[in-house]
Design a binder for this molecule. Structure first.
Ligand code: PHB
Length: 394
């Protein structure tokens, strides 16, 4: 017993003084731990992979230490959407792993489930995708580095109304971000003199788009406005769009950029050409910061394909974590961290971003883009922009 006690004490004493006699911090405090909660398997596995890719890109470019401490990333798979699992993983990360930051969150229900854990533990929670407006109101420790659906949907309606698109059918995934998108798009279209003639909501899981697309065709609107979660669903919608001949019927597709997600766009085929979307990030964005990001992403994630908006939000979320760690000299206190996050501004690969100090939500440029061939591959090519967009609901 005595020996067991003596050994760690002696070891600690050695570390505490160091070889030169200069006091050094104890080992347990030599790391900054970031717990990343996302789906890494199941239908939304790509969300976790994109975030991991963005985190790796940041660390490849900026090093794996900050404020003299090693940055440790702990990835946790929700297999989601699985809010209960996300909550349990967050509790484990806080209690057992003693993380300094919670991060990730691809899907709204998972972010909502973790918010009370962050609130109670006073852990900064860095949102790298989940985009329902209300999320940031659920804990004072949340800061969002992605987007909100109202933020990207309202400009789509403004642009539509200005471009003689007045009669629109909306089709959204029937959960938080979809309902937000539908409401923000409609409010703004009506302001511009347009009308939503039909509002269709489709299940989050495995929607069968063909009958909905037929309904849209029969309604003969000027355009259909879409929000579906990026990835499998955007592929499924575009397949139905092509097969049912909406374009041939003269019905335009306008959408949030989730539909033409950079990661899956090259595999979607010609049907996407000409689709207009509004969004905060395109891999085709022209800036030195984006060029550096693309290069670092490719080097750190061989064979991963194109990074999308989730990768960029994760990269920016890591930039924020590094900045907080530097300013706090590696000693992360939840309240002090939030004070720094609230006043953060930086140049992201997507353009200028800042965190609104009142809402802790992101303020950024929303771009209008059109799918066009650039070289041999389709890209979302930006051609107009709405600067300094806040979440309009707040
Ligand atoms: C969300 O669940 O908040 C979410 C998921 C996928 C998206 C956007 C938002 O493309």
């Amino acid at each position: 017993m005595t020996i067991k006690k003596l050994v760690p004490a002696a070891t600690l004493a050695l570390i505490a003084l160091g070889a030169t006699g200069v006091p050094m911090p104890a080992l347990a405090q030599d790391t900054i731990k970031v717990g990343v909660i996302a789906a890494f398997s199941g239908p939304f596995a790509e969300y976790g992979k994109q975030m991991e890719g963005g985190i790796k890109a940041w660390m490849a470019q900026n090093g794996a230490t900050v404020a003299g401490k090693k940055v440790e990333i702990i990835l946790k798979d929700t297999t989601g959407p699985a809010p209960e699992i996300a909550k349990r993983l967050a509790q484990e990360l806080v209690v057992r792993d003693k993380v300094d930051f919670l991060a990730g969150f691809g899907l709204t229900p998972e972010a909502l489930a973790v918010a009370p854990v962050a609130e109670q533990a006073k852990k900064p929670m860095i949102i790298m995708n989940a985009a329902t407006s209300v999320i940031t109101t659920k804990s004072n420790y949340i800061a969002r580095f992605s987007m909100t659906l109202p933020q990207v949907s309202a400009p789509m309606a403004t642009w539509a109304a200005r471009n003689s698109i007045k009669k629109v059918v909306t089709l959204v995934a029937d959960y938080g971000p979809g309902i937000d998108a539908e409401a923000a798009f409609k409010a703004e279209l009506v302001k511009g003199g347009g009308t939503v003639t039909e509002a269709i909501r489709v299940p989050l899981r495995n929607p069968e788009f063909a009958p909905y697309i037929q309904r849209i065709k029969d309604a003969k609107p000027d355009a259909v406005f879409i929000f579906v979660p990026a990835g499998e669903q955007s592929i499924a919608f575009m397949k139905g769009y092509r097969e049912r001949g909406l374009a041939a019927a003269g019905i335009k597709v306008i959408a949030t950029g989730d539909l033409t997600d950079d990661h899956v766009l090259p595999a979607m085929g010609d049907a996407t050409l000409g689709v207009i979307t509004t969004f905060h990030y395109s891999a085709a964005h022209k800036s030195p910061e984006n060029a550096a990001f693309l290069k670092s992403f490719a080097a750190a994630n061989p064979g991963a394909g194109r990074p999308n908006f989730m990768a960029v939000a994760a990269y920016d979320g890591m930039a924020a974590i590094y900045e907080v760690s530097r300013k706090l000299n590696g000693k992360i206190d939840g309240d002090q961290a939030m004070a720094i996050l609230k006043n953060l501004r930086m140049t992201s690969p997507r353009g200028p971003i800042s965190i609104d100090p009142v809402t802790r939500d992101i303020v950024q440029t929303v771009y209008v883009r059109k799918v066009e061939m650039v070289g041999n591959e389709p890209y979302n090519v930006e051609f107009e922009q709405f600067d300094h967009q806040k979440d309009p609901g707040k």
